[in-house]
Design a protein around this ligand. Sequence first.
Ligand SMILES: NC(=O)C1=CN([C@@H]2O[C@H](COP(=O)(O)OP(=O)(O)OC[C@H]3O[C@@H](n4cnc5c(N)ncnc54)[C@H](OP(=O)(O)O)[C@@H]3O)[C@@H](O)[C@H]2O)C=CC1
Ligand SMILES: CC(=O)[C@@H](O)[C@H](O)COP(=O)(O)O
Ligand SMILES: [Mn+2]
Length: 396
Amino acid sequence: MTAQSVTILGATGSIGTQTLAVLAEHPEQYRVFALVAGSQWQLLAQQCLQWQPRFAVLADDVAAVALRNHLRDAGSDTEVLSGAAAMAQVAADADVDVVVAAIVGAAGVRPTLAAVEAGKRVLLANKEALVVTGQLFMDAVRRHGATLLPVDSEHSAIFQCLPALNSCSEVRLGGVKRLLLTASGGPFRTFDAQALRAVTPAQAVKHPNWCMGPKISVDSATLMNKGLELIEACWLFDVAPAQIDVLVHPQSVVHSMVEYIDGSVMAQLGSPDMRTPIACALAWPQRIHSGAERLDFMQLAGLHFEAPDVARFPCLALARQAMEAGGAATAVLNAANEEAVAAFLAGQIGFLAIAEVVDDTLQRLGPQTCRDLDAVMAIDQQARAQARHYMAQRFG
Ligand SMILES: NC(=O)C1=CN([C@@H]2O[C@H](COP(=O)(O)OP(=O)(O)OC[C@H]3O[C@@H](n4cnc5c(N)ncnc54)[C@H](OP(=O)(O)O)[C@@H]3O)[C@@H](O)[C@H]2O)C=CC1
Ligand SMILES: CC(=O)[C@@H](O)[C@H](O)COP(=O)(O)O
Ligand SMILES: [Mn+2]
């Protein structure tokens, strides 16, 4: 069997490093073609020396020079490139079989779409790419014959609970009544509105069950992550927002469920460890070891479920409304959220202001239509400018 050649977009992040951990369990089955990151060149250098990819790409030109010098001095053959075009190139290269899309935010849109348009097997963690480009993305998957497999734990769970499929682009929802998307509730699940006012970025990035990058951790804390995931599920599984219920489940053991018209409910369970959905997507429809700890039912104190509180966590409702509004509303939602989360992490706005910024931006820009990717990305920029303007006026 020839080894599969893998490009990892976002190699230095939480998903990127866990993907490399899974690949390390199967050196005969996978080799790394390219590793892509933003600016963390020192970690990327270590990864290159271990994995010896043909290419390493950084978004940041200055960091790329440092990486190039470092690898040359270490005697490495890895070619270092920089910029958006290089990311798309290593995602679409004819020698690549699998692309793991794990850049955070809308920065991942173009390289992920490049992989789709080259007909690759695309393992999607970068939910924002789908939230921003929705229909364009799924049309491209079908048109170019790409194989799209979810990495996001909830979507991996739903994918595994649906009738046998080879890819998300093949979904036929025979007999499915609704999708039940589970949410941990985040670190502030039990906080009242007064307490939420005072929470800090350090508290917000401390997820109770998962170890993730800062942006998605804040999204989990506001429940915007569940809103983005609701939108992601609508596109991946071709369902309307009304067919998706969100259930708060603080243990993060039931990763999501599918309810059928005959009353059956299929659930996927496991330890909260992203190596499981990563391994599942890498090998699908085969199964491989992931290195994740097995779920020990004897250690479970219980499985608890409750309804989400959209009064305290309005981002979930905003995301559902944006999906229902259609057009570019979800791109506006995502852009405003990325700007607000960055401002919160930088200590410029409070936690509750994140939803306020998103709400205001959605109201001002509304559901515009967009024919192509350039139009969507123009709306993304417009929404970012509007969100920044609002924050400057309101919070100084
Ligand atoms: N972490 C998790 O468990 C889960 C994550 N996801 C999704 O996966 C994606 C990644 O999340 P996560 O791994 O937590 O995030 P991290 O912040 O840990 O990692 C982000 C990665 O993206 C890279 N990056 C950032 N900006 C750019 C850019 N402009 N160009 C190229 N690369 C860039 C970073 O590089 P650098 O290090 O150089 O900045 C890093 O490699 C997100 O969309 C998230 O929602 C989904 C489910 C679970
Ligand atoms: C691991 C994963 O898939 C994350 O998206 C996780 O689901 C976040 O947890 P929340 O349920 O708190 O958003
Ligand atoms: Mn998730």
